[in-house]
Design a protein around this ligand. Structure first.
Ligand code: ZN
Ligand code: ZN
Ligand code: FE
Length: 753
C-alpha cells in the first residue's frame, strides 16, 4: 500500500465522512483506526474508490473501544517484526505531472524529476523499508519550503510523495561527452535536454540514465545510427525496443489491440510486443527478420522531454531506440561512474543524473493474447509486487534456471519474484543475483526453510543454491517447474496434464528434455510423452548453428540416404559439415534431446532461415514470423504408444523436404509445420487425458511465446473439451521457473519428504 497515495486517500475519505482516527503504513500493510457514524460507508468507499496504483490484497476489520480521537491524522510509518511488506513498484509519469513540467508557467517546467503520489520511482530508489524518503536514495536531497509544504499538505497531490522534488531542491542532469567530467546543474535542465535532442538528431548514440538503469538511445529512423549501435553493443540481430511519444505514434507503427493499448498506457509501462505495420519509416535494423515490434511509452519526465518540451508541442521523433545500457548479456548499468567506464565504447554522449539507483531493474516486456497481458520479462513496474498464490506457503527460496534467471521467495500467501536477472553466465550477472537476493530477503524478511533448485548440476543457479547456507535443498525437474509455475499463478490444484515445450532442460534420465507431456501436481510428475529423441551435435554449437539440428533431423529421418544438395547447407563449409555428420554417425560429442526448440531450429534451417543465430529463440521467431495466415493443412506424424509415448516427426521432416523440392512457398511450409505441431499436441493430450482422467491442460515453456503455435494449440485443445491454463503474470519462459520450483518445494516440505 505504500507509495501509491493510499494514506492521503484515506485521510480525505475519513474527513469527508466526518470520521476521526488515524492511518499509518507499516511493514505489514496499512492500519486504519476510524470512529464515527458512517463506518459502513467508509469501508465500502475504501474498497471502491482506492487510487489507481493501490491494489488491495486483503482487508481485515475488527472492533475496538472508542478512543474519542479528535479529527483524523496520518501517523509516521512503522516497521513491524516478521511481517510481510507490500513494497511499491515504480510507476510511469502521470498525466497531471506531464502537465506540470510541460507548462512554461509552472515552477517545475522542464524539470525531469517531477513526480507525485500517483507516479514516480519507488522500488528502484528503495534502500530499506518502510518506504519513506529517509529510506530511499532521495534522502540526500533536502526539500525546499515549497516542496515541503506540498509534502505536508494532505490535500496536495504530492502529500507524502517520498521522491518529491523541484528544480530548487531536487536531483539534476549533466550531459557530457566521452572522457569528460560531469557537472550537475539543476537550473538548466531544459537546456541540457534540448542539447541532447540535437545530438540524437545528428545520429549520435546517447546513454540516458533512467529509472532502473541506463538506456542507450538513438533516432529509430536513422539507419546508420541503429547499425552503429548494433555493432558497438555486439548485438547483431536481437530486436531493439522502441519508445514512442504517445499512443497515436504507436498506432502508426503497429497493430494495437485493445489489450495492447491497456498495457501500453498502464502505469507499469512495459514494452509491448505487437505486429508491425507495413511501410513505417523506421530503420530496418531495428528488428531484422521479425514481424513484431517492441514498443513502450515514456515513463519518466526525462523521456517525455526527449520528445518535446510540452504536451502541446509536436515531437521531434516518431520513435527512439531505447535498449538497455549494457554490453551484450551483462546486467544493465546503474552508476554514473560505471556507465562512463563501461559504456564508453558504446555511447557517444552521456546524459547522467545524480539521483542514485538503488536496485537495477530492466524494462519489462509483455505480449497480449486473448485479451490478456502475457509477461515475457517481468521487471520494472511489476517487481516487487507479490503474486497471490491463494494458499499459505512455507518460506522458500527458489534459485530459478540458468537463462533469463529470476529467483523466487515465498511467504504467507505470496510469492515475490525477483526482477529479470538475465543469463547466469558471467560474474557481473551473478553479482546482480546476489545483491538483489540480499535486498529482497531483507525487505520481505524471509528466512527460507529450503533452497529449491534445478536438477542441472552445472547451472550456476544450482551451484549458488548448494553454496547458500540453507540446509534443506530440494531439486526440481525443469519442466515440472514450468508446469507448476503455470498452475500456481492460475491457482490450479490437484493433477493436471502439463505440456512444457522449450529449448532445453535437464531430464531425470540425464538427457536434455524440451518437448514434454507430464501428468503433474505440486508433489510430483510422470513423464507421459515426449518428442522423439534426436542427437544434439556439439552442445552449445548446435544451439548457435541451427543447420546442425537440420542435419541431425535429416539423418534421423533418412538414415544414410539424405537428399543431396539442400539449399540450407550451401553456406556451411564442407569440412564443418563433414565433421558434424561424423559426430552424428559415430555419436561422439552428442547428447540425446527431445527439445522442441531444437525442432524449430531444424525446420527453420531447412527453410533457409537463420543457419546461424546470435540469441536464444532467434530461429523460432523467424519461423513464426514467416508463417502465412489462412493455411489449414498439416503434415503427418506418428505417436508410438509406450511408457512414455513418443511423438515422431520424421514423416513431417520428409514431407517438408518433399514440399521444398516441389517449390512450395516457405511461408506455407512454416504454417503447415506449426499446424502439425499443434495437431500433435492435441492428439497426445487427447490420449493421455482419456487414459489418466485429466481434463485440465497447463501450457508452459518458452516455445509457447510463439503466438501462432499457442493460438492453434489452444483451439485444438478446447475442441477436445480440455480446460486450458496459460501464463499471464509470470513468464512462460525460464523466467517463470523459480515460481514453479518454490511451490513444488513448499509441497515437499509439507509432505515431509
Ligand atoms: Zn504524477
Ligand atoms: Zn523543491
Ligand atoms: Fe525451460
Amino acid at each position: 500500500m505504500q507509495g501509491v497515495g493510499f494514506r492521503p486517500f484515506v485521510y480525505k475519505l475519513a474527513n469527508s465522512l466526518g470520521l476521526s482516527g488515524y492511518v499509518f503504513n507499516s511493514s505489514s500493510g496499512v492500519t486504519i483506526e476510524v470512529e464515527g457514524e458512517e463506518l459502513d460507508q467508509f469501508l465500502k468507499r475504501l474498497e471502491n474508490e482506492a487510487p489507481t496504483l493501490a491494489e488491495i490484497a486483503q482487508i481485515s476489520v475488527s472492533e475496538m473501544t472508542v478512543r474519542g480521537d479528535a479529527g483524523f491524522s496520518i501517523l509516521h510509518s512503522r516497521e513491524e517484526a516478521g511481517e510481510f511488506a507490500l513494497v511499491p513498484a515504480d510507476a510511469g509519469t502521470c498525466e497531471a505531472c506531464w502537465r506540470d513540467f510541460g507548462d512554461p508557467s509552472n515552477r517545475r517546467y522542464g524539470y525531469p524529476f517531477t513526480n507525485c503520489t500517483h507516479c514516480g520511482p519507488r522500488y528502484t530508489i528503495l534502500r530499506n523499508i518502510p518506504y519513506d524518503r529517509a529510506t530511499t536514495t532521495m534522502s540526500s536531497f533536502v526539500m525546499c519550503a515549497d516542496c515541503q509544504a506540498e509534502y505536508d499538505n494532505p490535500e496536495d497531490r504530492r502529500f507524502h510523495a517520498q521522491p518529491n522534488a523541484c528544480p530548487v531542491c531536487g536531483p539534476s542532469l549533466a550531459l557530457l561527452e566521452r572522457d569528460s567530467q560531469p557537472l550537475f546543474d539543476r537550473k538548466n535542465s531544459l537546456v541540457v535536454i534540448r542539447r541532447t535532442r540535437a545530438l540524437l538528431g545528428e545520429g549520435k548514440i546517447v546513454a540516458v540514465k533512467g529509472l532502473g538503469g541506463f538506456l542507450l538511445a538513438c533516432d529509430a529512423t536513422n539507419e546508420s545510427a541503429v547499425a552503429e549501435l548494433r555493432r558497438r553493443k555486439r548485438r547483431p540481430h536481437k530486436p531493439f525496443a522502441l519508445m514512442a511519444r504517445d499512443l497515436e505514434a504507436v498506432q502508426a507503427m503497429c497493430e494495437v489491440s485493445a489489450a495492447d493499448k491497456a498495457s501500453l498506457l498502464h502505469p507499469r509501462r512495459p514494452i509491448v510486443v505487437m505486429p508491425q505495420r507495413d511501410g513505417m519509416e523506421l530503420a530496418r535494423g531495428i528488428a531484422p527478420g521479425d514481424r513484431t515490434l517492441g514498443v513502450m511509452l515514456p515513463y519518466t519526465p526525462l523521456h517525455y522531454l526527449l520528445f518535446s518540451d510540452s504536451p502541446d508541442l509536436a515531437s521531434e521523433w516518431t520513435a527512439l531506440v531505447m535498449t538497455s545500457g549494457n554490453l551484450s548479456e551483462e546486467p544493465i548499468v546503474i552508476d554514473n561512474e560505471e556507465a562512463l567506464r563501461h559504456l564508453r565504447g558504446v555511447a557517444d554522449w552521456f546524459l547522467l543524473h545524480n539521483r542514485d539507483i538503488a536496485t537495477r531493474v530492466d524494462d519489462s516486456v509483455v505480449r497480449t493474447f486473448e485479451g490478456a497481458e502475457r509477461v515475457l520479462r517481468r521487471s520494472r513496474g511489476y517487481v516487487p509486487q507479490a503474486i497471490d498464490l491463494g494458499a499459505e506457503m512455507e518460506e522458500v527460496l527458489a534459485f530459478g534456471g540458468e537463462l533469463k534467471n529470476t529467483f523466487c521467495l515465498t511467504k504467507g500467501r505470496y510469492a515475490v519474484l525477483s526482477q529479470h536477472i538475465g543469463d547466469l553466465e558471467n560474474y557481473e550477472t551473478m553479482q546482480f543475483f546476489e545483491e538483489t537476493l540480499a535486498n529482497l530477503k531483507h525487505i520481505f524478511k524471509v528466512r527460507p526453510a529450503a533452497a529449491a533448485h534445478d536438477l542441472h548440476p552445472n547451472y550456476m543457479s544450482t551451484r549458488m543454491a548448494m553454496a547458500a547456507g540453507i540446509e534443506r535443498k530440494i531439486g526440481v525437474q525443469h519442466h515440472h517447474a514450468h508446469i507448476a509455475s503455470c498452475m500456481a499463478e492460475n491457482h490450479v490444484r490437484g493433477r493436471v496434464l502439463g505440456v512444457a515445450l522449450d529449448g532445453t532442460g535437464f531430464g531425470t534420465d540425464g538427457k536434455i528434455w524440451g518437448g514434454e507431456f507430464l501428468a503433474a501436481d505440486f508433489a510430483d510428475f510422470t513423464r507421459r510423452a515426449h518428442l522423439r529423441n534426436v542427437l544434439l551435435p556439439g552442445g552449445d554449437a548446435a544451439v548457435r548453428q541451427p543447420w546442425r539440428m537440420a542435419l541431425s533431423y535429416l539423418r534421423d529421418t533418412f538414415g544414410q540416404k539424405i537428399p543431396g544438395d539442400l539449399a540450407c547447407f550451401r553456406t556451411v563449409a564442407e569440412k564443418q559439415f563433414a565433421l558434424v555428420d561424423k559426430m552424428l554417425a559415430r555419436r561422439f560429442q552428442t547428447v540425446e534431446t527431445s527439445s522442441c526448440g531444437r525442432l524449430f531450429d531444424a525446420v527453420a534451417a531447412l527453410l533457409g532461415l537463420a543457419p546461424e543465430v546470435t540469441f536464444e529463440g532467434q530461429a523460432a521467431i523467424a519461423l513464426e514470423a514467416m508463417a502465412e495466415g489462412g493455411i489449414e493443412d498439416r503434415y503427418s506424424f506418428e505417436i508410438e504408444d509406450d511408457e512414455p509415448a513418443i511423438i515422431d516427426f520424421r514423416p513431417t521432416i520428409a514431407a517438408i523436404i518433399r514440399d521444398l523440392s516441389h517449390g512450395r512457398r516457405t511461408s506455407e511450409v512454416s504454417a503447415c509445420f506449426h499446424n502439425t505441431l499443434s495437431a500433435a499436441i492435441g492428439e497426445v493430450c487427447g490420449k493421455i487425458g482419456a487414459s489418466d482422467g485429466l481434463n485440465r491442460v497447463c501450457l508452459s515453456g518458452g516455445s509457447f511465446q510463439n503466438l501462432y503455435l499457442l493460438g492453434r494449440t489452444v483451439v485444438e485443445l478446447r475442441r477436445r473439451g480440455f480446460t486450458v491454463f496459460l501464463h499471464s503474470q509470470v513468464p512462460a519462459n525460464d523466467g517463470g521457473l523459480s515460481l514453479g520450483q518454490a511451490v513444488i518445494a513448499n509441497q515437499r516440505l509439507r509432505e515431509g519428504d
